[in-house]
Write a protein that binds this ligand. Structure first.
Ligand code: SAH
Ligand code: SF4
Ligand code: F3S
Length: 483
C-alpha cells in the first residue's frame, strides 16, 4: 500500500527503477528535494492547485494529481492566482469546455508574468488532441508541462523532468493497456469517494470524442477495486461512486470475465460501507441481472443515471447508440417495476445532424413518459474526428437554440414535479457540507441523489441523519432534523 511508503527513505542516489509504481515513488522522492529546497529558501512550502473541468472521471484524476502533489511536499492553495503551481485538468467533450480552458489559461498566463517562478501544467482529455497541443505550444508560451490521460500516472516523473530541464515538457501517449495501481490520491471529501472500475470506452457514439481521448475500454481487476474500497472505508469513507463511461460493460475484457452486477454484489459485502452509487450506465448493456441486484440491495442507491441522448429511433441509430426508443422505454418500465422508488436522471443532446421537429417531439415524448428527476441537456457540439462531424444536415444554430429552450422548459417543469413527490416524508441523508446560502444550515444528500438543506451543525458532516422534508423548492428540499 502506498500509505506505507516513506518517500524520504527511498534511495535516490541510484537510477530510477523501471517498474511501476515504484518508478513514480522514486520520482516523488526526487521532487521532494525541490520542495524542501524551496522551503529553505522561502521559509514556506510551495503551493499548488488542480483545477478540474469535465466529468467525474476527471474529478477523480484530479484527486490523484493532488495526492501526488501532497506527497511531493506541495501545500494546497485553492485560489489559482496565488498558487505556485497551477494544473488544469481539461475536458474536450464539447467546444465550450475547450473555450473555458483557453479563457482561464489566458488569465493565469498574465499573472505568471509578474510571478515568473510559477508553474503551469495542462493535462486531461484536451491534451489528447494533437492540434490543441500544437496551438498551446505555439500561442501559450507560459505553459510548463503538458501530459495526457494515458500517462497521468507519470505526473511525478514529468514534473521532475520539468524542474530539472527548465523547459516545456510535453508527453502525450496515443493509448495504453496499462493500469497503474497504488499511487497516492487525496480525497475532496473525507466521507465519500469516486472509485474507477474501468477506463476508456468502446462504444463510439457518433458524436462523442471520449473514445478517442480516453482510449479503449479496460476494466480494473475486481480484487484491486475491492481492496481500494476496503482501504477507503477504513479511512472513513461511507459512500462510493463507481466510475466508468459504461459501467454496465464492466469486466468483459478481464482474463476472468465478471459482470458488473457480480462486482456490485461483492462490494455490497464490505462492512462499514453504507452507500454505493455508479455512473454511467449505457442502456444497451443494462442487464436483467443488474436490475435484480439493485432491487435486492441494501446499499445501492435508488438512483440511476441513464442517458437517452435522443427519443427518436432514427436519430439514435445515426448516433450509434444501439437501442430504440421502445427498447429504452421498456427498460425504464422494467426498472420502475422492480425498484418502485427509483429516481431516474438522463443526458439529452439537441440539434444532432439531421434532427427534425418530429425527432425532437419524440425526445419530448420520452421525457413526458419517463418523468426524470433531472436531465442534463446539451446543444450538439461538432467534434473534429467523430463521424457526426462529417454528416450532412448540420442544424442551424437558431433552430437548435429554439429547441433547446423548449426542451429546458419541459424538463424543468417535469423534474420539479417529480422531485416534489417526497414532500412530507422522512428520509435518511448523508450530511455533506455547510449550506453556503443559509447560516446555521447544513446540506445532506438523500439516497435518490436529491439535496435537502436543514438547520444543523458542522460536526454532522459525514454522518447519516434522519430529516423530515418540510418544503420542496423544485430541485431541492428544506427540511428539519428528526430526533
Ligand atoms: N459515457 C457517458 C457519457 C459521457 S459524456 C454515456 O454514454 O452516457 C457526457 C454527456 O455529454 C453525454 O451523455 C452526452 O449527452 C454529452 N455529449 C457527448 N458528446 C457531445 C457532443 N459532441 N455534443 C453535445 N453533447 C455531447
Ligand atoms: Fe461517449 Fe458513447 Fe462512450 Fe458515452 S458511451 S463516452 S457517449 S462514446
Ligand atoms: Fe470531458 Fe474527458 Fe470526461 S472529454 S466529459 S473530461 S472523459
Amino acid at each position: 500500500m502506498y500509505t506505507d511508503i516513506h518517500f524520504d527513505t527511498i534511495d535516490i542516489s541510484r537510477g530510477a527503477p523501471d517498474k511501476e509504481p515504484e518508478r513514480q515513488y522514486y520520482f516523488i522522492a526526487k521532487c521532494r528535494q525541490y520542495t524542501q529546497q524551496f522551503f529553505r529558501e522561502m521559509g514556506r512550502f510551495p503551493t499548488a492547485t488542480v483545477q478540474t473541468f469535465g466529468c467525474q472521471m476527471n474529478a477523480r484524476d484530479s484527486e490523484k494529481l493532488t495526492g501526488i502533489l501532497k506527497a511531493i511536499g506541495y501545500r494546497e492553495e485553492e485560489q489559482e492566482e496565488l498558487a505556485d503551481f497551477v494544473i488544469f485538468n481539461t475536458c474536450t467533450v464539447r467546444e465550450n469546455a475547450n473555450q473555458k480552458v483557453y479563457g482561464r489559461l489566458g488569465q493565469i498566463g498574465k499573472i505568471k508574468k509578474s510571478r515568473p517562478h510559477m508553474l503551469i501544467g495542462l493535462c486531461g482529455c484536451m491534451m489528447q488532441e494533437a492540434e490543441e497541443v500544437e496551438k498551446i505550444q505555439k500561442s501559450y508560451r507560459q505553459v510548463d508541462l503538458i501530459f495526457g490521460t494515458h500517462n497521468i500516472f507519470q505526473f511525478a516523473e514529468l514534473l521532475y523532468r520539468r524542474l530539472t530541464s527548465r523547459r516545456l515538457v510535453t508527453e502525450v501517449w496515443d493509448g495504453t493497456d496499462q493500469i497503474v495501481e497504488e499511487l497516492p490520491a487525496e480525497r475532496k471529501y473525507p466521507f465519500k469517494s469516486g472509485v474507477n472500475i474501468m477506463f476508456g470506452c468502446n462504444n463510439f457514439c457518433s458524436y462523442c470524442i471520449v473514445p478517442y481521448v480516453r482510449g479503449r475500454e479496460r476494466s480494473r481487476e475486481p480484487q484491486d477495486i475491492l481492496n481500494e474500497i476496503r482501504q477507503l472505508v477504513s479511512d472513513g469513507v461511507v459512500e462510493i461512486m463507481l466510475l466508468g463511461q459504461n459501467v454496465n460493460s464492466y469486466g468483459k475484457t478481464l482474463d476472468q470475465p465478471m459482470t458488473f452486477a457480480k462486482l456490485l454484489q461483492e462490494i455490497e459485502q464490505i462492512e462499514g460501507l453504507k452507500r454505493i452509487r455508479f455512473m454511467t450506465s449505457h442502456p444497451k448493456d443494462l442487464s436483467e441481472e443488474l436490475i435484480d441486484v439493485m432491487a435486492h440491495s441494501h446499499k445501492i442507491c435508488r438512483h440511476l443515471h441513464l442517458p437517452i441522448q435522443s427519443g427518436s429511433t432514427r436519430i439514435l441509430e445515426k448516433m450509434n447508440r444501439r437501442y430504440t426508443k421502445e427498447q429504452y422505454l421498456s427498460l425504464v418500465s422494467r426498472l420502475k417495476e422492480a425498484i418502485p422508488e427509483l429516481s431516474l436522471t438522463t443526458d439529452i443532446i439537441v440539434g444532432f445532424p439531421g434532427e427534425t421537429e418530429e425527432d425532437f417531439q419524440e425526445t419530448l415524448d420520452v421525457i413526458r413518459k419517463v418523468r426524470y428527476d433531472s436531465a442534463f441537456t446539451f446543444i450538439y457540439s461538432r467534434r473534429t474526428g467523430t463521424p457526426a462531424a462529417n454528416m450532412e444536415e448540420q442544424i442551424p444554430q437558431d433552430m437548435i437554440k429554439d429547441r433547446f429552450q423548449r426542451l429546458l422548459t419541459e424538463v424543468q417543469t417535469i423534474s420539479s414535479e417529480s422531485c416534489c413527490i417526497h414532500e412530507g416524508s422522512t428520509q435518511e441523508v448523508l450530511v455533506e457540507s455547510i449550506d453556503s446560502h443559509e447560516e446555521g444550515y447544513v446540506t445532506g444528500r438523500m439516497d435518490n441523489n436529491l439535496l435537502v438543506h436543514f438547520p444543523g451543525i458542522p460536526s454532522m458532516i459525514g454522518t447519516f441523519v434522519r430529516v423530515y422534508l418540510k418544503k420542496c423548492k423544485g430541485f431541492y428540499y428544506i427540511g428539519e432534523l428528526v430526533k
